[in-house]
Write a new protein. Structure first.
Length: 317
């Protein structure tokens, strides 16, 4: 497989999320979403939306209305010269109000079913792909599929829970920063690659159309790329924490060495230098008096002894 993709959550990633969107008129692109898609397309990525849509299972909207909402999303993107390759959604939920949608489904994030389905249908290389989303479900689905992950959103929003065991590869405040992270990563690590852009019309696929996915057994690998990335990230974090601790210890040691004696020694040393400068000035003066030079040198000597005394008292403290 030669294609790579950016998997995108829908709400609060591509469009603003006022709650459960129930009308196409409520669709509003997030700031910079269309521009971000254009940049990602230029980098050779296919663009695939993967979205949990429990609003269907809860009876808030029908799949027909959901299709209209997605059509409105594509229309708004097209007006800004952006597009998607495919939209996948899962309408199922274990506690659905509508009986036909009440079941566990492998497509529902945090399970990676939608990503793996897209990989088969669009011939995607998941190891070269990314997922961008605003919740732990998106991150976990991406990690399970072997993608790199970016968590977007403000700290005040409901993103990774306090007890979540998943950690994204990167964090960003919005989709624009996420694009910059991918650019920087590609410049630093990835080999140049070109992916053919899709010329087909974007197509929305639902779990209702494709049914339950029977996941194919995967070949055993000696090294899991996702596990290696997570271990590397944790190692870097540990080294960073150790470095920060050493810096803190150095600061504490620096401040602990400060004392009045040390300060007085420094002040007196400055006076010594001042006396020496005055004696040099007397020596260069044609009308100098020998006594003036000797007096200033005497003061310099006395102050130098005082400075040494303060330093010795500081050492013995």
């Amino acid at each position: 497989m030669s294609n790579k993709a950016i998997f995108l959550d829908r709400d609060d990633t591509l469009i603003e999320d006022p709650g459960y969107i129930s009308d196409p008129g409520q669709v509003k692109l997030t700031d910079g979403a269309a521009e971000a898609l254009i940049e990602l397309r230029a980098m050779g990525y296919k663009l695939v939306v993967v979205s949990n849509q429990s609003a269907v299972a809860r009876g808030i909207i029908t799949e027909k209305v959901l299709g209209e909402i997605h059509s409105r999303l594509e229309q708004l993107l097209a007006e800004k010269h952006a597009s998607l390759d495919r939209i996948y959604y899962c309408p199922y939920h274990p506690d659905a109000v509508v009986p036909k949608y009440r079941k566990e489904c492998d497509l529902r994030k945090p399970k990676p079913g939608m990503l793996r389905l897209a990989s088969r249908e669009l011939a995607l290389d998941l190891d070269k792909s990314w997922i961008i989303g605003n919740s732990s479900r998106d991150i976990e689905a991406g990690l399970l599929a072997g993608c790199r992950t970016i968590l977007i959103g403000h700290a005040s929003r409901n993103v990774l829970s306090e007890f979540s065991e998943v950690e994204p590869d990167f964090k960003a405040v919005n989709i624009k920063e996420a694009v910059n992270i991918i650019k920087k990563y590609n410049r630093s690590f990835a080999k140049p690659a070109t992916a053919a852009e899709s010329t087909t019309e974007p197509k929305t696929r639902s779990a209702g159309e494709i049914g339950e996915i029977t996941e194919q057994p995967e070949k055993e690998q000696l090294i899991n790329p996702s596990t290696v990335r997570i271990a590397s990230e944790r190692t870097e974090q540990l080294l960073s924490n150790i470095l920060e601790q050493l810096k803190n210890m150095q600061r504490q040691e620096m401040f602990s060495e400060f004392s009045i004696m040390r300060l007085m020694a420094g002040i007196v040393q400055v006076i010594v230098l001042f006396c020496l400068l005055i004696s040099i000035w007397f020596l260069m003066n044609p009308t100098r008096q020998q006594n003036s030079v000797l007096i200033t040198l005497g003061f310099a000597l006395v102050f130098q002894v005082m400075a040494l005394t303060f330093y010795i008292m500081q050492k013995q403290k």
